[in-house]
Design a protein around this ligand. Structure first.
Ligand code: ADP
Ligand code: 5GP
Length: 210
């Protein structure tokens, strides 16, 4: 029986290492499809349109909202971010696990629409290390870093909505743990309803024949 794809939502404080982890996850295991979001924020040095994000104007983003072309969207520190619908739907239909790296408001909207989505929250090993990574990345001004840390405080209040925490201390260990959790999620009864029904029906047929 063809396995259904799982929608995997990955969130975490800015600087926790989500982007780095996701790149390593898809590089290490070729079965995952990484959704590329749309955003109105400016590209960072080294980011390419269509790879990290689709970088668009506010007008274009709002047009996409009106067209119902996004699964979810949210505002984060003054910019829009959203998940294009077409790619995710196609990958799930093809049976691939699709990873959405999105913030918490979007994560909750996805959970409402797709109750079998798996929600992972990436934690830094400590807040000192989070600050070190966020400042060390060198891509944001001090003011933006402050806004992102303040946002982290609000996000920390919603962590219980997630299925699992993963601690990004050693990158490779964390990537391996995410892979194990996603593969484990394929084995829950809730995500295997059709197969369970088939087995039940076969047992009924068997009992009739006796
Ligand atoms: P996010 O996408 O969560 O905002 P990034 O992936 O951009 O975070 O990572 C923030 C910074 O931390 C980057 O400079 C990245 O190289 C670094 N980083 C990520 N994971 C680790 C790790 N496990 N150990 C040390 N540094 C890390
Ligand atoms: P960054 O600017 O650091 O790339 O992303 C800022 C925040 O936006 C991160 O928490 C990231 O996970 C989130 N984000 C990225 N894409 C999306 C998206 O499509 N939808 C939502 N809701 N959040 C997103």
């Amino acid at each position: 029986m063809k396995r259904k794809g799982i929608l995997v939502v990955v969130s975490g404080f800015s600087g926790a290492g989500k982007g780095t982890l996701m790149k390593q996850l898809v590089r290490t295991y070729d079965q995952y499809a990484l959704s590329v979001s749309m955003t109105t924020r400016a590209p960072r040095p080294g980011e390419t349109d269509g790879r990290e994000y689709f970088f668009v104007s506010r007008d274009d983003f709002e047009e996409k909202i009106r067209e119902h072309g996004l699964i979810e969207y949210a505002q984060y520190c003054g910019n829009y971010y959203g998940t294009p619908k077409a790619y995710v739907e196609k990958q799930l239909l093809d049976g691939r696990d699709v990873i959405l790296e999105i913030e918490i408001q979007g994560a909750l909207k996805v959970k409402n629409q797709f109750p079998s989505a798996l929600l992972l929250f990436v934690m830094p090993p400590s807040i000192k290390e989070l600050q070190r990574r966020l400042c060390g990345r060198g891509t944001e001004t001090e003011e933006v870093i402050r806004a992102r840390l303040s946002r982290a405080q609000a996000e920390a209040e919603g962590i219980e909505a997630y299925d699992y925490l993963v601690i990004n201390d050693h990158l490779d260990t964390c990537v391996a743990q995410m892979h194990t959790l996603i593969q484990g999620a394929h084995c829950t009864p809730g995500r295997n309803g059709v197969f369970i029904e088939q087995i039940r029906n076969q047992l009924k047929e068997l009992a009739k024949g006796e």
